[in-house]
Write a protein that binds this ligand. Structure first.
Ligand SMILES: [Zn+2]
Length: 274
């Protein structure tokens, strides 16, 4: 395998260019090509002609479904809708970078967790998009537009999770840190509270500065065959953060940061390093 990878490595590297990548894709893994071939080509940046490394296809998993919609925001909007909006923004941002994408669960009909990684086979990276809540004992009541709802302004910010049971942990960690770093650079802040020593949290830091935690039993992460990361984009039970997370401008800024972090880490990935 090492010889194969070495033989496939490009002899010349040129700067990242979306149009060149698109033009080169048919040369990299010409049909018929198995998923293994695609993954090998994608992760090695292999080419039959010299050129830039290919960024592998990114599977974007829309967390939750219409039937099981996840958390409820301070104003009563379900998490699935936040996840879907941000996932579509991330899809647009990655496509603008010339990265192929596969969106899973956008129709709200994907109820099984196990089916999501299976649908992502052939992708070189798995990103699950979620929005956060807090432990139930931190929630308080308030009345919004005549309805009594639950909120907590105690925490805000994003979190990134990786599973040590994922088959490609080093690649997952590298991209999780890159993603968190780009989010910070774009002005977002990590929430950090998932490491707190309270029941239901205690998710140890993998990279505190960039808001990355280990969460080993997350089904979509441990079931993914590629490097995989779950992003909690922000805390929707926080009354202030919910408003920002519902804005298109926030989606675009966050999506651009996610795309920048992923394209950078995936372009630099090699089989021997993950
Ligand atoms: Zn969720």
């Amino acid at each position: 395998m090492t010889e194969i990878i070495r033989a496939l490595r490009p002899t010349r590297r040129v700067p990242h260019n979306s149009a060149m990548i698109r033009a080169r894709l048919p040369l990299v893994c010409s049909a018929p090509c198995s998923a293994m071939c695609f993954a090998l080509c994608a992760w090695s940046g292999a080419t039959v002609a010299a050129g830039p490394a290919v960024t592998p296809m990114v599977a974007i998993d829309v967390g939750h479904s219409l039937d099981v919609p996840g958390a409820t925001s301070a104003r009563g909007r379900v998490e699935f809708e936040f996840n879907r909006d941000l996932a579509h923004a991330i899809e647009r941002a990655l496509k603008a970078e010339g990265v192929a994408t596969l969106v899973i669960g956008a129709d709200g009909k994907e109820n099984g967790l196990g089916a999501r990684p299976a649908k992502a086979r052939g992708a070189g990276f798995f990103l699950s998009v979620h929005h956060d809540s807090v432990q139930p004992h931190f929630l308080q009541s308030w009345v919004h537009e005549g309805k009594e709802l639950r909120y907590s302004d105690r925490y805000a910010g994003f979190s990134v999770f990786v599973s040590r049971r994922n088959a490609s942990l080093p690649g997952s960690l590298r991209c999780a840190s890159g993603l968190g770093e780009e989010l910070r650079r774009a002005g977002f802040r990590p929430s950090l509270y998932h490491a707190d020593p309270v029941p239901g949290e205690m998710k140890p830091f993998a990279d505190r500065a960039n808001g990355v935690h280990y969460y080993d039993n997350l089904a979509v992460l441990k079931g993914a065959t590629s490097p995989a990361v779950l992003l909690e984009a922000g805390v929707i039970v926080n009354r202030h953060e919910e408003l920002a997370l519902g804005e298109g401008e926030t989606h675009e800024r966050m999506a651009a940061a996610v795309a920048a972090g992923l394209t950078r880490c995936l372009a630099s990935s090699r089989p021997g390093r993950h």
